[in-house]
Design a protein around this ligand. Sequence first.
Ligand code: HPA
Length: 281
Amino acid sequence: MRYSQEDYTRAVEVIRSRTTLTPKIGIVLGSGLGPLADAVESAVAVPYADIPGFPLSTVQGHAGRLVIGHLVGQPVLVQQGRTHFYEGYDMEQVTFAIRLMRELGVETVILTNAAGGINTNFDVGDIMLIVDHINFVGMAGHNPLIGPNDERIGPRFVGMAQAYDRQWAALARRVAKEQNITLREGVYAGLAGPFFETPAEIRMLRTCGADAVGMSTVHETLVARHGGMRVLAFSSITNMGIDKLDTDQEANHLEVLEAGKAIVPRMTALLRGVLAEMAHA
Ligand code: HPA
């Protein structure tokens, strides 16, 4: 799918017809984290189905709407339910919301996701600050920047050495400490899914320097950085990657959703703290 500037403009018009608020912070909610959107005040919800061009989420645990309003005084746009590459959408479609955020005036994107833990020091229920990523799918040629570049949005060749904003990362560490929330940090490996990894793949990812693995986020970060937006990102560690053959364990989506649910109160507290601090940064 090649979107034109007119496609984004049409989507922007629909949203602007529902609210006059200009969101400055975009928040993407990962698997099981949907309830965070309930905290948005004087919220206007726009279902994806009402937005031309918007791909519809087909996965259980992902609602499909943008929620625009205030969170701790900050004008936000919350993407409640993301679409994934494994659903059959292409990379441009799965990052449509991120480009749309930019068109609406968003300056910082906060990405959340559910991820499998690879770092053996992690536990299920941990929150990990993403400090860097490995975009396996993107490196293999599936990424939303493939194709003609629109210089009005960003440069042809995007530097990704500072993909995750260091100032926002420092702020998140500070807030976590103040709130007594254990904040892990590490490298997120982005794969296509929808399968969970084999033990050999988990060990390979560990050798590659990854601390967590998931099926989203990296292409969103790419589009955000291309468009000049700042990125702060967190993984909820919903399961540990299985790295041995001598076990009957299997990862499954239900445990991902359940663990995600358990993390919601802590993730909410962390995000609220971060948003409050961002206002003075
Ligand atoms: N692997 C990939 N993606 C995931 C996982 C996992 O173990 N858990 C949640 N998302």
